[in-house]
Design a protein. Structure first.
Length: 326
Protein backbone atom coordinates (compact mmCIF):
# COMPACT_ATOMS: atom_id res chain seq x y z
CA UNK A 1 0.00 0.00 0.00
CA UNK A 2 1.18 3.50 -0.81
CA UNK A 3 1.01 6.09 1.95
CA UNK A 4 0.82 9.53 0.36
CA UNK A 5 1.56 12.58 2.50
CA UNK A 6 0.12 15.57 0.70
CA UNK A 7 1.38 19.06 1.48
CA UNK A 8 -0.78 21.02 -0.97
CA UNK A 9 -3.70 22.75 0.81
CA UNK A 10 -5.51 23.96 -2.31
CA UNK A 11 -9.01 22.38 -2.21
CA UNK A 12 -9.37 22.14 -6.00
CA UNK A 13 -6.05 20.30 -6.25
CA UNK A 14 -6.84 17.99 -3.34
CA UNK A 15 -10.22 16.88 -4.66
CA UNK A 16 -8.75 16.37 -8.13
CA UNK A 17 -5.88 14.36 -6.59
CA UNK A 18 -8.35 11.85 -5.19
CA UNK A 19 -9.88 11.17 -8.60
CA UNK A 20 -6.42 10.99 -10.18
CA UNK A 21 -5.17 8.42 -7.67
CA UNK A 22 -8.40 6.41 -7.89
CA UNK A 23 -8.21 6.10 -11.67
CA UNK A 24 -4.49 6.10 -12.37
CA UNK A 25 -2.59 4.38 -9.54
CA UNK A 26 -2.98 0.62 -9.28
CA UNK A 27 -1.74 0.22 -5.72
CA UNK A 28 -3.99 0.52 -2.70
CA UNK A 29 -3.43 3.97 -1.20
CA UNK A 30 -3.82 5.91 2.01
CA UNK A 31 -3.66 9.69 1.91
CA UNK A 32 -3.71 12.39 4.57
CA UNK A 33 -4.30 16.00 3.58
CA UNK A 34 -5.65 19.40 4.64
CA UNK A 35 -7.52 22.16 2.86
CA UNK A 36 -7.43 25.90 3.24
CA UNK A 37 -10.88 27.24 4.26
CA UNK A 38 -13.45 25.96 1.77
CA UNK A 39 -16.78 24.21 1.44
CA UNK A 40 -16.91 20.72 -0.05
CA UNK A 41 -20.33 19.59 -1.24
CA UNK A 42 -21.52 16.07 -1.97
CA UNK A 43 -21.81 14.86 -5.56
CA UNK A 44 -25.61 14.86 -5.57
CA UNK A 45 -26.25 18.13 -3.76
CA UNK A 46 -27.64 21.46 -4.90
CA UNK A 47 -24.66 23.65 -4.06
CA UNK A 48 -26.55 26.92 -3.62
CA UNK A 49 -28.97 25.26 -1.20
CA UNK A 50 -26.08 24.22 1.05
CA UNK A 51 -24.04 27.38 1.41
CA UNK A 52 -24.37 30.85 2.89
CA UNK A 53 -23.70 32.71 -0.34
CA UNK A 54 -23.17 36.07 1.38
CA UNK A 55 -20.59 34.64 3.81
CA UNK A 56 -18.85 32.77 0.99
CA UNK A 57 -18.65 35.91 -1.12
CA UNK A 58 -17.48 38.18 1.69
CA UNK A 59 -14.75 35.77 2.81
CA UNK A 60 -13.66 34.51 -0.62
CA UNK A 61 -14.24 30.88 0.36
CA UNK A 62 -13.88 28.34 -2.48
CA UNK A 63 -16.68 25.84 -3.05
CA UNK A 64 -15.83 22.49 -4.65
CA UNK A 65 -17.83 19.35 -5.40
CA UNK A 66 -16.37 15.94 -4.53
CA UNK A 67 -16.84 12.54 -6.19
CA UNK A 68 -18.72 10.95 -3.30
CA UNK A 69 -22.24 11.50 -2.03
CA UNK A 70 -23.25 12.71 1.41
CA UNK A 71 -23.51 16.19 2.84
CA UNK A 72 -21.70 19.50 2.63
CA UNK A 73 -18.76 20.13 4.97
CA UNK A 74 -16.55 23.07 5.87
CA UNK A 75 -12.79 22.51 5.77
CA UNK A 76 -9.99 24.60 7.23
CA UNK A 77 -6.41 23.92 8.30
CA UNK A 78 -7.63 22.67 11.67
CA UNK A 79 -9.33 19.79 9.89
CA UNK A 80 -7.48 16.71 8.62
CA UNK A 81 -8.88 14.65 5.76
CA UNK A 82 -8.03 10.97 5.31
CA UNK A 83 -8.57 8.85 2.21
CA UNK A 84 -8.39 5.11 1.61
CA UNK A 85 -8.47 3.84 -1.98
CA UNK A 86 -8.57 0.06 -2.20
CA UNK A 87 -9.46 -2.75 -4.57
CA UNK A 88 -11.87 -5.50 -3.54
CA UNK A 89 -12.58 -8.34 -5.93
CA UNK A 90 -15.34 -9.70 -3.66
CA UNK A 91 -17.48 -6.60 -4.20
CA UNK A 92 -17.53 -5.85 -0.47
CA UNK A 93 -16.80 -2.25 -1.28
CA UNK A 94 -19.06 -0.19 0.99
CA UNK A 95 -17.79 -0.58 4.54
CA UNK A 96 -17.68 2.59 6.63
CA UNK A 97 -16.71 0.78 9.84
CA UNK A 98 -13.68 -0.86 8.23
CA UNK A 99 -12.11 2.38 7.09
CA UNK A 100 -12.85 4.39 10.21
CA UNK A 101 -11.47 1.76 12.61
CA UNK A 102 -7.83 3.01 12.31
CA UNK A 103 -8.94 6.50 13.38
CA UNK A 104 -10.75 5.08 16.42
CA UNK A 105 -7.63 3.13 17.35
CA UNK A 106 -5.43 6.23 17.13
CA UNK A 107 -7.82 8.09 19.42
CA UNK A 108 -7.90 5.13 21.78
CA UNK A 109 -4.11 5.41 22.10
CA UNK A 110 -4.73 8.98 23.33
CA UNK A 111 -7.27 7.75 25.89
CA UNK A 112 -10.15 9.29 23.96
CA UNK A 113 -13.28 7.17 23.71
CA UNK A 114 -14.69 7.71 20.25
CA UNK A 115 -17.51 5.80 18.59
CA UNK A 116 -18.85 4.96 15.16
CA UNK A 117 -22.48 6.11 15.17
CA UNK A 118 -25.32 6.45 12.72
CA UNK A 119 -24.71 5.91 9.04
CA UNK A 120 -21.22 7.33 8.64
CA UNK A 121 -20.15 9.46 11.64
CA UNK A 122 -17.52 9.30 14.36
CA UNK A 123 -18.42 10.93 17.66
CA UNK A 124 -17.01 11.83 21.07
CA UNK A 125 -19.53 12.23 23.88
CA UNK A 126 -22.30 12.21 21.30
CA UNK A 127 -20.79 15.07 19.29
CA UNK A 128 -19.63 14.56 15.72
CA UNK A 129 -15.98 15.11 14.76
CA UNK A 130 -15.85 13.05 11.58
CA UNK A 131 -18.18 12.59 8.63
CA UNK A 132 -17.39 9.93 6.04
CA UNK A 133 -18.38 9.22 2.44
CA UNK A 134 -17.54 6.65 -0.22
CA UNK A 135 -17.41 6.41 -3.99
CA UNK A 136 -17.14 3.18 -5.98
CA UNK A 137 -15.31 3.06 -9.32
CA UNK A 138 -15.04 -0.32 -11.07
CA UNK A 139 -13.60 -2.70 -8.45
CA UNK A 140 -12.21 0.06 -6.24
CA UNK A 141 -13.63 2.11 -3.41
CA UNK A 142 -12.63 5.61 -2.38
CA UNK A 143 -13.40 6.18 1.28
CA UNK A 144 -12.69 9.60 2.75
CA UNK A 145 -13.51 11.37 5.96
CA UNK A 146 -13.00 14.59 7.84
CA UNK A 147 -11.33 14.86 11.25
CA UNK A 148 -12.14 18.07 13.08
CA UNK A 149 -9.08 18.65 15.23
CA UNK A 150 -8.90 22.39 15.87
CA UNK A 151 -11.31 23.83 13.30
CA UNK A 152 -13.05 27.17 13.70
CA UNK A 153 -16.52 25.90 14.55
CA UNK A 154 -18.10 29.34 14.21
CA UNK A 155 -16.78 29.59 10.65
CA UNK A 156 -18.19 26.15 9.94
CA UNK A 157 -21.64 27.18 11.13
CA UNK A 158 -21.60 30.50 9.27
CA UNK A 159 -20.39 29.08 5.95
CA UNK A 160 -23.05 26.38 5.85
CA UNK A 161 -25.94 28.47 7.19
CA UNK A 162 -28.62 28.91 4.54
CA UNK A 163 -32.33 29.76 4.35
CA UNK A 164 -34.04 26.46 3.44
CA UNK A 165 -37.22 28.25 2.40
CA UNK A 166 -35.50 29.57 -0.73
CA UNK A 167 -35.00 26.18 -2.40
CA UNK A 168 -37.31 23.33 -3.35
CA UNK A 169 -35.56 20.35 -4.90
CA UNK A 170 -34.90 16.63 -4.60
CA UNK A 171 -31.21 16.96 -3.80
CA UNK A 172 -29.68 15.47 -0.67
CA UNK A 173 -29.69 18.07 2.13
CA UNK A 174 -26.90 18.09 4.68
CA UNK A 175 -27.90 17.27 8.23
CA UNK A 176 -26.59 19.91 10.61
CA UNK A 177 -25.07 18.16 13.61
CA UNK A 178 -23.60 19.14 16.93
CA UNK A 179 -19.87 19.01 16.37
CA UNK A 180 -16.69 19.00 18.43
CA UNK A 181 -12.95 19.28 17.93
CA UNK A 182 -10.68 16.39 18.91
CA UNK A 183 -8.33 18.86 20.58
CA UNK A 184 -11.01 19.64 23.18
CA UNK A 185 -10.79 16.06 24.47
CA UNK A 186 -7.01 15.63 24.65
CA UNK A 187 -5.40 15.03 28.04
CA UNK A 188 -2.20 16.71 26.81
CA UNK A 189 -2.00 19.60 24.29
CA UNK A 190 -1.10 18.57 20.74
CA UNK A 191 -0.65 20.46 17.47
CA UNK A 192 -2.74 19.43 14.49
CA UNK A 193 0.40 18.28 12.63
CA UNK A 194 1.43 16.11 15.54
CA UNK A 195 -1.92 14.36 15.26
CA UNK A 196 -1.34 14.13 11.51
CA UNK A 197 1.97 12.34 12.10
CA UNK A 198 0.38 10.06 14.68
CA UNK A 199 -2.11 8.81 12.08
CA UNK A 200 0.60 8.32 9.44
CA UNK A 201 2.74 6.32 11.87
CA UNK A 202 -0.21 4.14 12.85
CA UNK A 203 -0.96 3.28 9.21
CA UNK A 204 2.70 2.52 8.47
CA UNK A 205 3.10 0.34 11.57
CA UNK A 206 -0.12 -1.66 11.26
CA UNK A 207 -0.10 -2.49 7.55
CA UNK A 208 2.27 -4.73 5.60
CA UNK A 209 4.32 -3.50 2.67
CA UNK A 210 3.61 0.19 3.16
CA UNK A 211 5.67 2.53 1.00
CA UNK A 212 5.77 6.28 1.50
CA UNK A 213 5.06 8.10 -1.75
CA UNK A 214 5.12 11.69 -2.96
CA UNK A 215 3.51 12.91 -6.15
CA UNK A 216 5.94 13.14 -9.05
CA UNK A 217 6.12 16.16 -11.34
CA UNK A 218 4.11 14.17 -13.88
CA UNK A 219 1.46 13.35 -11.26
CA UNK A 220 1.18 17.01 -10.31
CA UNK A 221 0.88 18.11 -13.95
CA UNK A 222 -1.95 15.65 -14.60
CA UNK A 223 -3.76 16.57 -11.38
CA UNK A 224 -3.57 20.26 -12.30
CA UNK A 225 -5.02 19.42 -15.72
CA UNK A 226 -7.97 17.79 -13.92
CA UNK A 227 -8.31 20.90 -11.76
CA UNK A 228 -8.58 23.10 -14.85
CA UNK A 229 -10.94 20.81 -16.76
CA UNK A 230 -13.25 19.88 -13.87
CA UNK A 231 -12.67 20.76 -10.23
CA UNK A 232 -12.19 24.50 -10.63
CA UNK A 233 -15.12 24.95 -13.02
CA UNK A 234 -18.56 26.41 -12.43
CA UNK A 235 -20.04 23.54 -14.45
CA UNK A 236 -18.86 20.93 -11.90
CA UNK A 237 -19.18 22.86 -8.66
CA UNK A 238 -22.51 24.57 -9.35
CA UNK A 239 -23.91 23.55 -12.74
CA UNK A 240 -23.89 19.84 -11.85
CA UNK A 241 -26.60 20.55 -9.25
CA UNK A 242 -29.96 18.83 -9.80
CA UNK A 243 -33.08 20.67 -10.94
CA UNK A 244 -34.51 22.98 -8.28
CA UNK A 245 -36.94 25.82 -7.69
CA UNK A 246 -35.77 29.05 -6.05
CA UNK A 247 -38.16 31.38 -4.26
CA UNK A 248 -37.40 34.58 -2.37
CA UNK A 249 -39.61 37.34 -1.01
CA UNK A 250 -38.04 40.48 0.42
CA UNK A 251 -39.13 43.97 1.42
CA UNK A 252 -36.95 46.65 -0.19
CA UNK A 253 -37.05 50.45 -0.58
CA UNK A 254 -38.48 49.71 -4.02
CA UNK A 255 -41.38 47.77 -2.51
CA UNK A 256 -42.11 44.12 -1.90
CA UNK A 257 -40.33 41.91 -4.45
CA UNK A 258 -40.82 38.18 -4.98
CA UNK A 259 -38.50 36.11 -7.19
CA UNK A 260 -39.48 32.65 -8.49
CA UNK A 261 -37.02 30.66 -10.62
CA UNK A 262 -36.76 27.18 -12.09
CA UNK A 263 -33.16 26.06 -12.50
CA UNK A 264 -31.89 22.96 -14.31
CA UNK A 265 -28.22 22.00 -14.74
CA UNK A 266 -27.38 25.34 -13.18
CA UNK A 267 -29.22 27.30 -15.92
CA UNK A 268 -32.19 29.55 -15.17
CA UNK A 269 -34.96 28.00 -17.29
CA UNK A 270 -37.76 30.23 -16.05
CA UNK A 271 -38.02 33.35 -13.89
CA UNK A 272 -40.95 35.43 -12.69
CA UNK A 273 -40.63 38.70 -10.77
CA UNK A 274 -43.64 39.91 -8.77
CA UNK A 275 -44.22 42.80 -6.38
CA UNK A 276 -45.74 46.18 -5.66
CA UNK A 277 -42.79 48.10 -7.12
CA UNK A 278 -42.99 50.78 -9.84
CA UNK A 279 -41.32 50.43 -13.21
CA UNK A 280 -40.70 52.30 -16.46
CA UNK A 281 -40.17 49.26 -18.71
CA UNK A 282 -42.09 45.99 -18.74
CA UNK A 283 -40.70 43.59 -16.13
CA UNK A 284 -40.95 40.77 -18.72
CA UNK A 285 -38.03 42.38 -20.55
CA UNK A 286 -35.87 41.94 -17.45
CA UNK A 287 -37.06 38.35 -17.06
CA UNK A 288 -36.10 37.66 -20.68
CA UNK A 289 -32.60 39.04 -20.07
CA UNK A 290 -32.06 36.77 -17.05
CA UNK A 291 -33.67 33.65 -18.54
CA UNK A 292 -31.12 31.09 -19.85
CA UNK A 293 -28.26 32.60 -17.83
CA UNK A 294 -26.29 30.40 -15.39
CA UNK A 295 -27.50 30.77 -11.78
CA UNK A 296 -24.14 32.33 -11.04
CA UNK A 297 -23.53 35.73 -9.47
CA UNK A 298 -20.73 36.76 -11.82
CA UNK A 299 -22.62 35.75 -14.98
CA UNK A 300 -25.84 37.50 -13.96
CA UNK A 301 -24.16 40.69 -12.80
CA UNK A 302 -22.02 40.76 -15.94
CA UNK A 303 -25.17 40.72 -18.05
CA UNK A 304 -27.27 43.14 -15.99
CA UNK A 305 -24.50 45.74 -15.81
CA UNK A 306 -25.36 46.46 -19.45
CA UNK A 307 -28.77 47.83 -18.47
CA UNK A 308 -30.21 50.36 -16.04
CA UNK A 309 -32.00 48.16 -13.50
CA UNK A 310 -34.05 51.11 -12.26
CA UNK A 311 -35.91 51.14 -15.57
CA UNK A 312 -37.46 47.83 -14.50
CA UNK A 313 -37.65 48.25 -10.71
CA UNK A 314 -37.62 51.84 -9.57
CA UNK A 315 -35.42 52.79 -6.60
CA UNK A 316 -33.27 49.64 -6.51
CA UNK A 317 -29.52 49.24 -7.10
CA UNK A 318 -27.93 46.58 -9.30
CA UNK A 319 -26.02 44.86 -6.47
CA UNK A 320 -29.13 44.82 -4.30
CA UNK A 321 -31.18 43.16 -7.03
CA UNK A 322 -28.50 40.60 -7.92
CA UNK A 323 -28.21 39.59 -4.26
CA UNK A 324 -31.93 38.83 -4.30
CA UNK A 325 -31.32 36.06 -6.83
CA UNK A 326 -29.23 34.03 -4.34
Amino acid sequence: MLCIKRKNTNPYFNLAAEEYVLKNIEDDCFMLWRNEPCIVVGKHQNTLAEINIEYIKDNNIPVVRRLSGGGAVFHDLGNINFTFIKKDENENLINFRKYTEPILEVLKSLNIEAKFEGRNDLTIDGKKFSGNAEHVWKNKVLHHGTLLFSSEINDLSSALKVDPSKFTDKAVKSVRSRVTNISEHLHQPMHVMEFYDLIINYIVNTNEDVNLYEFTDDDITKINQLVESKYNTWEWNFGYSPKYNFNKNIRTPAGNIEINMEVSNGIIQEIKIYGDFFNKYDIEELENIIRNLPHDLTSIKGKLVEINIENYINNIQLDEFVDMLF
